[in-house]
Design a protein around this ligand. Sequence first.
Ligand SMILES: [Zn+2]
Length: 166
Amino acid sequence: MTSRTNIRGIGPIPKIPKGVSMKKIIEKSCDVCGNIVKTPEYGGGRCKTCGWIDDPHQREYPNCKNSNNLVSLNRAKLLWQEGKKLLPDFAELLDMMRRGFEFDFLLHGRKYEVLLDKDDRWRLLCIGSESFQIFDSVDEFANGASISDIPLSICWEEISVVDYME
Ligand SMILES: [Zn+2]
């Protein structure tokens, strides 16, 4: 017998009690850009205009970051007004690393991963390449990580997608 796993592949799908609909879709205005977004009643719908994922928790705590959205609601509004992507800046990224979050990102069409190994060291890998960089601490990563000899802190302006992995 095979057991079904959820989309992240980390365990069984939680059972939904009978009579509870998880699928009720509502239309509301996006908390960041104000355009109409279709979202399940309890959040999770992604705005097609700005990319914000509707999140009732962040509506209540607009300075909170979680893994749905990579920046806080207040920060997202500022970035949107400035015409920037809703992505964490390098300092915010380091902050998440100190909290133990691994992540991946895209830069110029290539995918990179930053992972914590079993010795608590950080590795920067480029997917599809054999080489990697290794750092003893987040501070070392901050000062030493580079892509094509350009410090990551500088390349970071040009990344397109970031995902945290828990
Ligand atoms: Zn939006």
